[in-house]
Design a protein around this ligand. Sequence first.
Ligand SMILES: NC(=O)NC(NC(N)=O)C(=O)[O-]
Length: 347
Amino acid sequence: MDGPDGTTPDLPDLASRALGGSVVVANDELFAERENLIRPEAPRFDSTEFGHKGKVYDGWETRRRREPGHDWAIVRLGAAGVLDHVVVDTAFFKGNYPPEISVEAASVEGYPADLTRATWYPVVERSAAQGDTANVYKVDDDRRFTHVRLSIFPDGGVARLRVHGTVVADPRFLAGTIDLLAAEHGGRLVECSDAFYASPANLTLPGLARHMGEGWENARRRGGGNDYAVFALAAGGVPRHVEVDTTWFVGNAPGWVSVSTRDSRAGTDWTTLLDRVEVRPDTRHRFLLPDAPAADHLRLDVFPDGGLSRLRLWGDLDPDAARAARERWWGLLPEDHRALVADQAPV
Ligand SMILES: NC(=O)NC(NC(N)=O)C(=O)[O-]
């Protein structure tokens, strides 16, 4: 189902700090720090809070411009990918929002010091923005980008920048035994029974959860049945072991869990890898998966309900998936990036 203006809903925010994004540089941030732009949580506002430089805002805010020009900030995406839509959220910026914005994107190899010298491609033309509004802009560009540059005309404040899209991992780093479920590798939530408090997509974020709110939490189940989540793996591969982390879930961990996989490439049905097993609260469990078949989807069942903070499926890409990942990456690289890594072209 489409979202507003043909956007695809439920795609991850590639810029989010939760995925490792960073606001690398901005030309000005006198009133409010650029880093706020990519905080994962919703922006907040306290009408009574003033600091040394003026009203405190949970966002990025530049000073009133007294000369021609405009303000800008560059964001390194936590995970590179193909962009679907950008949200420029001006929440609480009412008399000081930018009336117009534009967004460009770049595909950068390595870690250059000066990102202003990258090749920047327009992905959202200069467009009107409203104050105190989550402004949504569709992106129609099939290339894979690593960075975005938000420009605001002429100046003002933006609470959050969300860059929703599909992760396309660099296949050179998908070697060896990796977490086949990780969002940063391209793993994604396909469906779930209940995300009342927080989405199961959180289970695939990098690092450990810092509190219960960073995991998946469903509501207390009052009827029959059990809660579940289905994920597409980053790429097809052979699972070695699974990590089921209930850390922070003390009074609301599941009683039992099971894990199944299937290979949609071969059209196979679900195979149970981990039969219903009892789990403990606040514990990182690891279960070996000997003789697991190749798979590209995973289903987690929790009984009867309950939350987890992380789910990892460690395994190795199979040769077909590794080849497909390299061809996809190469096909989506912008021309200037392809020229830099010509020796990496798939054979
Ligand atoms: N009340 C304000 O927001 N004023 C100014 N901004 C801050 N942060 O104080 C301004 O001029 O945009």
